[in-house]
Design a protein around this ligand. Sequence first.
Ligand code: ARG
Length: 301
Amino acid sequence: MTETREPTPLSWGRRYLMCRPEHFRVDYAINPWMDIDSPVDPDRALAQWDHLAATIEEAGAVVERIAQVPEAPDMVYAMNYGVVDGDHVAITSFRHGERAVEAEAAEWWFGEAGLRTSRVADSRAGSFEAGDAFLVGDSLLVAAGPRTDLATHHVLSRTLGVKVATVGVVHPALYHLDLSFCPLDGRRAIVAPDAWDAAGRATVAGLVPEPLVLDQDEAFTFAANSVVVGDVVVMPDGVPTRVTRQLERWGFTVATVDVSELHKGGGSVRCMTLPLDTLLDDARLPVVREQRPGKGDLVPA
Ligand code: ARG
């Protein structure tokens, strides 16, 4: 007998922070999709972004906006600012200096919004970028690869008090986890194992009972870089029908948007949205208390 299970919707994905591309440009190339000789059409980028934001709102989510800093052309990819855990945000420590100013702008915005921020920075540990982290099952699944150093995983775990599961990302064009992984509901995710090392594939297999597996060409359509609002999956135009059909068979509604101008920076739908309503309780580690002194050792404060 085959068991059919109703998907349990994600506990998050109904509030996003986005940055309208007022100053979007490709001034430098820090991933293989970026070509400084291929110009961006600013009006088209704005119109595409407006349509994306409207589509996410129509799906039932709230969109908050942060103004783009003119010197930060990549700031439109808001997913990378940090990982939100209730009223606390673990702020990205960017790999590339070109994006460092975004962390400051995000820290300011979160402060104004009444959230507490911590930097996942440790001069020896290296960089951590939030596009590399998702809550999956009982863990925060975090990439170690082009943008995030393995040595930051313990810093992140300590900063947020969560269990971290590591996935090694080895594909230069699928350089953030959100290009090869998209959580759909409690059991399902879109996955592109070509992006990962063998240990990472095994880790994800243990966390996701029902994966929708993409091959490399399908992953290159940015199919995994999608956003899920309840049972609506907002995806970029050009995703293969094999993928959208499977989503529909599972009971999702697919909404596609043309964000081709924004693909020039190497990011798509997910990269442009930072979920603000994530709470990492499912991955929470028990609080470890300092060893208490014995009675006889008590000294007045
Ligand atoms: N140009 C940006 C970078 O290379 C794109 C970031 C895409 N964002 C993402 N979450 N994958 O950093």
